[in-house]
Write a protein that binds this ligand. Structure first.
Ligand SMILES: [Zn+2]
Length: 274
């Protein structure tokens, strides 16, 4: 088990009870522990896939320095009040990969490289409902290399994760989306350009009532956006590009419980394939 998840599991457990009201009656004690085990199991799977693909791990803090988000251009697109604060008044990152760029700015990059981290994240979601959590955990794989390689590698991850979701019994659909990283002003035209360039794909599942699909993973190209801000270069000084593959761990757990039912979902984590 790579990480112990204890904080924020309650919020997810409550949502699972909304999905499966019968669970509340006889399983309320075990539920948070089962949920935490499932999230940990999912993270282990993604971490193993990342390591198998050659990724190196980056250990990150639970909260992020405001100056890192500033440098990453976050406040060019978003107001600070969209972020969630810890009890000590520090900020949770809105996505895990923001935590990686300061480390990536301090290493020599090869022609291509994969990096991975898990981070506690926070977002004040505009939408409410199942899967819209203020605090959650995200595993990300950050790709650093040439523009072509990053795009190709992202494609390989889209195939790999589609296959993984299918094997678990999830019906995930890939959709092109507009990218939250860019776009001061977020004009319609600009969003359209992002979609045309296919900078972002989301894997969405449908759970519960007719809500729009819930994104459980995203596959993003950042072009030179972060590489310029954090001074990332390839050997010989060539421009680096980045991309990332992100997994919302609590949402995967929720999707599994919704799709398979709690017993089969929790048994996955126990190694019993029901
Ligand atoms: Zn990312």
């Amino acid at each position: 088990m790579s990480t112990v998840f204890c904080a924020h599991v309650e919020e997810l457990a409550e949502q699972i009870v909304q999905l499966q009201p019968k669970l509340a009656a006889h399983d309320s004690q075990a539920l948070p522990a089962n949920v935490a085990t499932l999230i940990g199991w999912l993270d282990d799977r993604f971490l193993q896939m990342a390591i198998d693909a050659g990724a190196r791990q980056i250990k990150v803090e639970d909260t992020i320095e405001e100056c890192v988000l500033e440098r990453a251009g976050y406040f060019e697109s978003f107001a600070i009040d969209r972020l969630v604060q810890s009890s000590e008044g520090k900020l949770y990152p809105p996505a895990a990969c923001y935590q990686c760029y300061p480390s990536l700015s301090q290493v020599e990059h090869a022609e291509r490289g994969l990096w991975t981290c898990i981070a506690a994240c926070g977002r004040k979601e505009e939408e409410t409902g199942l899967g819209r959590l203020r605090n959650f955990h995200m595993r990300e794989i950050v790709l650093v290399g040439s523009s072509n390689w990053v795009r190709e590698e992202r494609g390989r991850w889209m195939d790999k994760i589609s296959e993984f979701a299918r094997a678990l019994g999830l019906r995930g659909e890939l959709h092109s989306a507009s990218d939250p990283f860019f776009g001061a002003g977020e004009t319609r035209g600009r969003k359209l350009v992002q979609q045309l360039k296919e900078l972002k794909f989301e894997m969405q599942v449908r759970i519960g009532r007719p809500v729009p699909g819930l994104a459980i993973a995203s596959f993003n190209l950042h072009e030179r956006f972060f590489a310029e801000r954090f001074g990332l270069h390839l050997p010989g000084g060539a421009d680096a590009c980045t991309g990332c593959v992100a997994f919302g761990l609590e949402r995967w757990a929720l999707a599994l419980v919704a799709e398979l039912g709690p017993s089969r979902a929790f048994n996955l984590a126990e190694g019993i394939l029901a």
